[in-house]
Design a protein around this ligand. Structure first.
Ligand SMILES: [Zn+2]
Length: 114
């Protein structure tokens, strides 16, 4: 990738390098479930683009940015699929919600919503 001009800021200190089916970093993975952690953080970041906290469950299989974007785009494209609800007072004080206002998006369907 470096020779092609990509990932020029990447190093073994800030990147996991995978070749075929093994990790090339001398110290290996930092956590046994590091790939899962990465996917979870990707999904949290992607779904934050909704602009409001999602009061929802999200499950994905072999997920990634493209799938997360497709799911969020489909949700946002159908206003009947969600509604904005007032956050309960304790949620407003939760860390990370301070600048989000009082609204939360509640999907109209999903495993916990019929
Ligand atoms: Zn990622």
């Amino acid at each position: 990738m470096w020779s092609a001009g990509y990932a020029l800021g990447a190093s073994f200190e800030n990147t996991l390098v995978i070749s075929e089916d093994r990790v090339l970093n001398p110290e290996g993975l930092r956590f046994a479930d590091e790939f899962v952690r990465h996917k979870v953080l990707d999904a949290v970041g992607d779904l934050a683009l909704a602009g409001q906290p999602l009061l929802a469950a999200y499950r994905t299989v072999r997920g990634g940015h493209k799938l997360n974007h497709a799911v969020l785009s489909a949700l946002m494209a159908d206003p009947s699929a969600w509604r904005l609800v007032e956050a309960a007072e304790p949620a407003r004080r939760m860390r990370g919600y301070a600048d989000m206002g009082a609204g939360m998006m509640l999907p109209a369907y999903g495993p916990e919503v019929s």
